[in-house]
Design a protein around this ligand. Structure first.
Ligand SMILES: [Fe+2]
Length: 270
């Protein structure tokens, strides 16, 4: 199993730029091109939120056109920049097989593993949360996936990253989620977005991993007195590879143009 983890494309309509200077539509298009060029191709793709920049219907129409270029199963959950109505109109059920009339969350089987996507969006807020209803749905989904390997995807990370202005808008009150993940015992990855950087930590007894954004990155600002910022560090995505022995390894794939590859055999001598 090769699972591509793409996040935070923040797609705008063609005449606009995110934050006045970021061509986010191009960022997603280049990411799709990179996914299509990989050999082997990923078996599935999960997008962990902030698909649109401003939640406009035309942004989701553009996103759907891009995602339709991918031949493998593609799944998406919302982030704080998304708008549930327009998301649902353009991406459900093909890219988000939710059965909930309100929330955009799902559990799907990929080979012998269960991919669960959670909706942590709180309308009008940059931070995320899981209400009692969403947690109850997750508890039932995890119970149904008992004894199965699970990959859990949610936009807002349930852990601190050390970037103060992002930690202030992370997932609120993650204790109940942590209890559910620990109780299941076979949640093998927790995949997040929101922070626009590649970040990993051990959380709830498993590896939690944030994918970089496909467009602008959040500055690595660890100084609590420094202002929030974004950068044009290389965009990318993560590839989670499940080896034959069942172990997952996580690779970072930058998206861009640079020299190489150079064959070691040709350059080893002299
Ligand atoms: Fe984002």
């Amino acid at each position: 199993m090769l699972l591509a983890h793409v996040s935070d494309p923040h797609v705008t309509s063609p005449e606009r730029r995110a934050y006045r200077i970021v061509d986010t539509a191009r960022g997603l298009a280049r990411t799709i091109d990179t996914l299509l060029a990989r050999r082997p191709r990923p078996d599935a793709v999960i997008l962990t939120g902030d698909l649109a920049c401003d939640g406009r219907p035309e942004e989701y129409a553009q996103i759907a056109r891009e995602l339709e270029r991918l031949p493998m199963p593609v799944f998406a959950i919302p982030g704080n920049h998304d708008e549930r109505g327009a998301f649902r109109a353009h991406l459900v059920p093909r890219f988000c097989p939710t059965e909930d009339p309100t929330f955009l969350q799902f559990a799907v089987e990929l080979d012998d593993l269960v991919l669960i996507g959670l909706d942590t969006l709180v309308e009008g807020s940059e931070g995320g949360a899981l209400c009692a209803r969403r947690l109850a749905w997750l508890e039932a989904a995890l119970a149904k996936a008992r004894d199965r390997s699970v990959v859990l995807a949610l936009h807002h990370p349930p852990f601190a990253t050390g970037i103060p202005f992002m930690d202030a808008i992370a997932l609120a009150a993650p204790d109940r989620l942590e209890t559910l993940v620990r109780a299941h015992g076979r949640v093998e990855r927790v995949l997040c977005g929101h922070v626009h950087r590649s970040i990993q930590t051990l959380w709830a007894g498993t590896l939690a991993s944030i994918a970089p954004a496909t467009a602008h990155q959040v500055g690595l600002v660890l100084d609590p007195t420094a202002p929030s910022s974004f950068t044009f560090e290389p965009p990318g995505f993560q590839l989670h590879l499940r080896l034959p022995d069942g172990r997952w390894v996580t690779h970072l794939v930058p998206v861009g143009d640079w020299p190489g590859p150079y064959r070691f055999a040709e350059y080893a001598a002299g």
